[in-house]
Design a protein around this ligand. Sequence first.
Ligand code: GLN
Length: 444
Amino acid sequence: SVFARTDAVEPLIHSYITETREQAMAQATAVDAKIMRGEAIAPLAGIPGALKDNICTKGIKTTCASKILANFVPPYNATVVDKLAAQDAVLTGKANCDEFAMGGSTENSGFFVTHNPWDTERVPGGSSGGSASSVAAGQAIWALGSDTGGSIRQPAAYCGNVGLKPTYGRVSRYGLVAYASSLDQLGPITRDVTDSALVLNAIAGYDAKDSTSINAETPDYTKALVQDVKGLKIGLPKEYFGAGIQPEVAASIKRAIDQLTAMGAEVKEVSLPHTEYALPAYYLIAPAEASSNLARYDGVGFGHRAPGNDIIEMYKKTRSEGFGPEVKRRIMLGTYALSSGYYDAYYLKALQVRTLVKQDFDKAFAEVDILITPTAPTTAFKIGELSDPLAMYLQDICTIPINLAGLPGISIPCGFVAGLPVGMQIIGKPLAEATIIQAAYAFE
Ligand code: GLN
């Protein structure tokens, strides 16, 4: 079982901040009873999975891997948690991540580092590193992550999983602790594309509690599980195969594309000319929104509170003790970018770039059905290897533009380089999750 696996590997991998075994056993027993009574069960009934620890679970600690929320127990469930519970899915625990989802390696967790099951000297990616490692190590059958700039797809790539970031607004963000609200989206990390479709079925849909939720019908994504890519028009954005991409990674993707061509897909090169500006725009927009979202952790309403003689001293101490270095860096960057006099020069400019990035995709999608790129420029790197924050930020060059444009993207395994999994990213038009699932399924 997943628990036997956790007993065996958790000391090496460190996927979980909190385990919920007792509750899981009770949930599983309840499903057994339903089966014994001859009742119909949902596709995920009794299937154990993990949640990234920035997803609110009623009565279960939700820390965002931050000392400032080390003992925070939410009084309510995120919408996705209720939806999974409605299918009787079983919760194994809350998975480690970068603090407040800020990072690309899970080394920024305020508690401990998670290790990659393929090579425990390497990172699992991030920020949903514990979600990806739990699935890769067999400690969970599925997991949910959140993706603001790549945090579902990149760890899925490094751990050899399937990771799907839906269209912005496709899955409710209610109860997902906000990092950058205009970019955040929840989605599944699974072993294969079939499971990805099943979990997406469970969590997608309109939610009145999330004002950015899209009010559109949710298809049955398992209908897209057909092996047929004949006539599918695939674009390869040339900007994603050049400098900065490890040649062996690009070669793996090219081999997969040859397979698609052999199956009858039509492949052509396209250009997304503003790609190089996406990363700098993201690192203004995301920290700006984060600095605003994280203002609520002041020691008053919830979370850690440091003693102080007056309220200002209390605020200052609480926040300096509670937040780790990367979170502080983002808060400072974001506060600066939003400050009066600099707003036009930085934040507004970044929003204009965001529009140009989005328009690049619109133009490309006038000609093709999907785009294919590497998910990350390299395979999983060594723990401690990228100590420079800018080098870490560059790991997301292939995933960030997709969040800026609000598009759906899936990362699927695409071979190995030196024993480490490579991820291939398939990007779709808005709400075209079914199309990218179908293209991904060609490789199952
Ligand atoms: N690595 C990126 C960041 O640090 C993306 C994180 C994410 O998607 N949550 O912002």
